[in-house]
Structure formats: structure tokens, C-alpha cells
Design a protein around this ligand. Structure first.
Ligand code: GTP
Length: 354
């Protein structure tokens, strides 16, 4: 990857084509969740479920460490970045290498957006599903995760799908921690949000639904916990009341496909909600950023004029279009530097399997 590569934003071609249209597709689903919650299985089942109805989702895998991929992604980060080689080359552990791989890949987000723009223009897929890395924080708290979320949401209707493992949340304290995480992601992303209570084929989801809607039942469950955490959990539960009241939540099984029809209804209403309540705000964010870029470019040009003839160096890449400081984002060395040996080697371009 070239460090001077195009900064991540939707290309002018895509923007122009879509400028005057009421942008309704593809609806982008960003699938997040704790490690092992069932994100990949969920994406795979959703893919086969939609295909039954002759709907073919556009699939994007952003998990560089995924070993067994049960679906065929249209775009796969693993075709561009080899995370094990990133580990070796930069002396990183598995999690550090996953973060770095995603950051390296962020220079390709503009291409990803262009491909989604093509999907929109040619009307080939009405849904795009983005599967994220196993460790949730790699996406939710990284610069590259934020850049991609912003790029998607300022261009397409975008919904966050938070996959929660019912089997591992039966303790009220674990349940509360998971819900607090979901809540923090909701406030951070500022997007329509669906909580998928996964693995309902092995655990009855009614406990989770009851805990969300009946504070007393949740308190009774905490009473049974001897942990000192129970007091804190009770206080937290009160503060989450508002979060629960607005929350779209659906129990599903990613093995059997149970309740996927309900999930898809929620996706439709969330996409409508995006158009009515979020779109204006995200368009404003996009325009403000564009404006900021133009002003910065003007400043650079002015300083170039002032310093012309003096041979002064001017840094033309001090900021990113998505409003991030360049220091926030790790940029790969030049391609030929990377290919000196095979470590950290990248393959240019996307693999389009459709
Ligand atoms: N019974 C049951 N098992 C499930 C369900 N969804 C996922 N699993 C199992 O849960 C395990 C983890 O599923 P994955 O899809 O790999 O989870 P993930 O969140 O993508 O995992 P990482 O990306 O590695 O964090 C696998 O053994 C799946 O077969 C479900 O709805 N029911």
C-alpha cells in the first residue's frame, strides 16, 4: 500500500452519481459483537436466508483472522492483508496485528465505498453486510472502525447489528456488562441499532427480554448473586432503563434461522428511521468535512504561494478526509518495501467474487 494513496472517502464519481438520488440502498448492516457471539455464523445464515427469497446480500469480511469462512464474501480483507505476516513483520501479538491489519486496510475504504456505490447504481444488492473482527473493540474503538462507520453512514442507510450471546449472558452481571457495551456502541455510532439475542436454539431468550423490560425481575436475579458487583449492577440497570425502552431487540438462532423474518422487519424499519432521523445529520457531517477539506486545501495553497521559490517543504497529507488526524491511522510502507520479504505483504485491489 502506498502511504500517499487516496484518502478514505467516497470518490467523486460515486458521489456525483448518487448526489440527487434518494439513497435507499444498499442498506449497510455493520455486524458487531463480543468474540464468539456468533457474528460470522449469523452473517452466513442471513446470507442463505435472504437467498431463499432471491435477495442476494453484498458481503464484506473485515475480520483478518477469520479461519473458517462459511460464506463467500464479495470483499475480503484477507485477500489484501495477511494478519500473520503483519504479526511477524511488526513484532505484534494477535490482537495488535488485527488492529494494524484493519488500519492498513483503511486506505482501501474508498474503493470499498466505490464498489458499494456501483451496487447502488446498478441495483444489484439491496443489503450489504459487514462482518467485523472477533474482538469487538478492534472495530468500535479504532480509528479505522470509526472512519469506515462514518464513510458508510454519510453515504448509505446504515444500521448497527449487535450480536449478543444468550448462552454466555445468563448471569445478570455478565448480561449487564454486555448491555452496557451495547449502549456505549449505540451512543458512539449514533446510528439505528438492533440487538440480536443469538443462540436462542440452545437458551430460552425470555430471561433476557424479562430483564430488559422488568426492573424488579432483574433485581431479583441480582439478589441471588453474592458478588459485591450486585449493588453497582443494580444502579447501572436503572440508568439503562431509557436505553431498553427505545431498543430494537430480537431473539434469533443463527443455526436454524429462527426469527430471521422478524430481524429483517427490524432492518426495514431501522433503514426508514435512518432516512427520517439520521440521514440529515450524517449529510451535514459529510458536507462539513468536505468544507473543512476545501478550507485546508486553500490554506495549503496560500502557504505554497507565500513560500514559492524558497524551496520549502509543504506537507499535503496532514489530515484525512474523514476528519481524522493522520497520526491516528497507521499507514503501510510503500508497496515495494512491503514486498522485500513476504511479511506484511499485501495484494492490491479487492477480490470480487460475484
Ligand atoms: N447453537 C448455536 N450456536 C451458534 C449460534 N451462532 C453461532 N454459534 C456457534 O458459536 C460459535 C462461535 O460462532 P462464530 O460465528 O464463529 O462467532 P464470531 O462472533 O464470528 O466469532 P469471532 O469472530 O471468532 O469472535 C460457533 O461454534 C458457532 O457454531 C446459534 O445461533 N446457535
Amino acid at each position: 500500500m502506498d502511504c500517499n494513496e487516496e484518502i478514505p472517502s467516497c470518490s467523486e464519481v460515486t458521489k456525483e452519481k448518487m448526489e440527487d438520488e434518494s439513497l435507499k440502498s444498499p442498506v449497510c448492516l455493520i455486524v458487531l459483537g463480543m468474540a464468539g457471539s456468533g457474528k460470522t455464523t449469523f452473517v452466513s445464515k442471513l446470507d442463505s436466508y435472504l437467498k431463499q427469497f432471491k435477495r442476494s446480500p453484498y458481503l464484506v469480511n473485515l475480520d483478518p483472522a477469520c479461519k473458517n469462512m462459511p460464506y463467500k464474501p464479495n470483499i475480503d480483507i484477507r485477500d489484501s492483508v495477511k494478519y500473520k505476516q503483519v504479526m511477524k513483520r511488526y513484532g505484534l501479538g494477535p490482537n495488535g496485528a488485527i488492529v494494524t491489519s484493519l488500519n492498513l486496510y483503511s486506505t482501501k475504504f474508498n474503493q470499498l465505498l466505490d464498489l458499494l456505490g456501483k451496487v447502488h447504481v446498478e441495483n444489484t444488492h439491496d443489503v450489504a453486510i459487514i462482518d467485523t473482527p472477533g474482538q469487538i473493540e478492534v472495530f468500535t474503538w479504532s480509528a479505522s472502525g470509526q472512519i469506515l462507520t462514518e464513510c458508510l453512514a454519510s453515504t448509505f442507510p446504515t444500521v448497527v447489528v449487535y450480536v449478543m450471546d444468550l448462552e454466555r449472558s445468563t448471569s445478570p452481571i455478565t448480561f449487564m456488562s454486555n448491555m452496557l457495551y451495547a449502549c456505549s456502541v449505540l451512543y458512539k455510532t449514533k446510528l439505528p441499532f438492533i440487538v440480536v439475542l443469538n443462540k436462542s436454539d440452545i437458551v430460552d431468550p425470555s430471561y433476557a427480554i424479562e430483564w430488559m423490560h422488568d426492573f424488579e425481575t432483574f433485581c431479583d436475579a441480582i439478589e441471588k448473586e453474592s458478588s459485591y458487583m450486585s449493588n453497582l449492577t443494580r444502579t447501572m440497570a436503572l440508568t439503562l432503563d431509557e436505553f431498553y425502552s427505545e431498543l430494537n431487540c430480537v431473539p434469533v438462532s443463527s443455526i436454524t434461522g429462527h426469527n430471521f423474518d422478524e430481524f429483517l422487519k427490524m432492518v426495514d424499519s431501522s433503514a426508514d428511521e435512518f432516512q427520517k432521523e439520521y440521514r440529515v445529520e450524517w449529510e451535514k457531517i459529510r458536507k462539513d468535512k468536505l468544507q473543512a477539506e476545501i478550507s485546508e486545501l486553500n490554506n495549503k495553497l496560500n502557504s505554497l504561494e507565500v513560500s514559492s521559490g524558497q524551496g520549502e517543504n509543504v506537507d499535503l497529507f496532514s489530515s484525512l478526509s474523514a476528519g481524522r488526524e493522520i497520526s491516528d491511522v497507521y499507514l503501510a510502507p510503500m508497496a515495494d518495501e512491503m514486498s522485500e520479504d513476504s511479511e506484511g505483504e499485501e495484494v492490491p485491489g479487492f477480490n470480487l467474487n460475484d
